[in-house]
Design a protein around this ligand. Sequence first.
Ligand code: NAI
Length: 320
Amino acid sequence: MASPQELRFDGQTVVVTGAGGGLGKQYALFYGSRGANVVVNDLGGSFKGEGKSTKAADVVVEEIRAKGGKAVGNYDSVENGEAIIETAIKNFGRVDVLINNAGILRDISFKNMKDQDWDLIMAVHVRGAYKCARAAWPYFRRQKYGRVISTASAAGLFGNFGQCNYSAAKLALVGFTETLAKEGVKYNILCNTIAPIAASRMTETIMPPDVLQVLKPEWVVPLVAVLTHKSNTETGSLYEVGGGHIAKLRWERSKGALYKADSSLTPGSIPTKWNEVNDFSQPEYPSGPANFMELLEAAQQLPPNDPGAPMDFKGKVVLI
Ligand code: NAI
């Protein structure tokens, strides 16, 4: 793999959403300095998704141009992905790389969550990434080239108090990207997800200054550059990245238990093999569902399940 220092993007057009600040700004400045035409998209609102302004994008465009790079601003919400990709086509005639980065927060405990908090987060993160990728996709397919990065979060992978809307949206992007990777690979459209950690207005109120100091957004850029370069072959992958640490994440499946699938498969029988269900001592690292046909066949060879202890739901209301 080539070193990021040598990576160039001459002649390519890179669309960075939410590029007016934080991580997006650093991506845009990087691509601008490596020969790419950059579409600097930013709605210019608050981190809670309120208001809008052209200033955030304009400042970054000016900075890229002042250093001799090529950039144009776009002020649409990512929910209007067609307009953002249209900006790339109109100004530069092509689109090669899409960085789905724009994001907002509406943190609130689940007990107090309102539909508006839920819907806005879904609209910006999930629908926004979908609309931008959907608009770029025909160009990527036609030219048999595309690179997409979507931005997840540790909150999505592990959950975080007060962020169930954001967590749901961020994990949705992992599934979204895994499917785009599968559909895109034969057209050389490679799609990956990052779960970054970096100092930005989003994190400056929740992390102490000394921690923020070592989490510069610039340090997320090299991985994104590598994954979006023409030399990349990685697709459908998920990386944690920040503060100089980069790690790939993957699923782990326990060996699992086999129960005979007949009338002896009662709730009482489940605990009789519960340790096997949860035993990770012989793990698999799957990239797809379990081989159900094979498992089904093996399960049919088993004797009836041990009935275990009867389970009592007396006095409980069960919704099925
Ligand atoms: P930031 O708030 O500095 O940057 C986000 C940018 O997106 C802002 O400039 C904002 O104006 C723009 N934006 C918001 N809604 C938009 C919309 N509808 N259309 C277009 N632009 C819009 O935040 P940061 O930290 O740079 O975040 C970038 C991405 O990384 C986000 O998706 C965030 O959720 C994600 N992330 C960041 C982490 C961190 O540690 N900073 C941790 C995990 C994920």
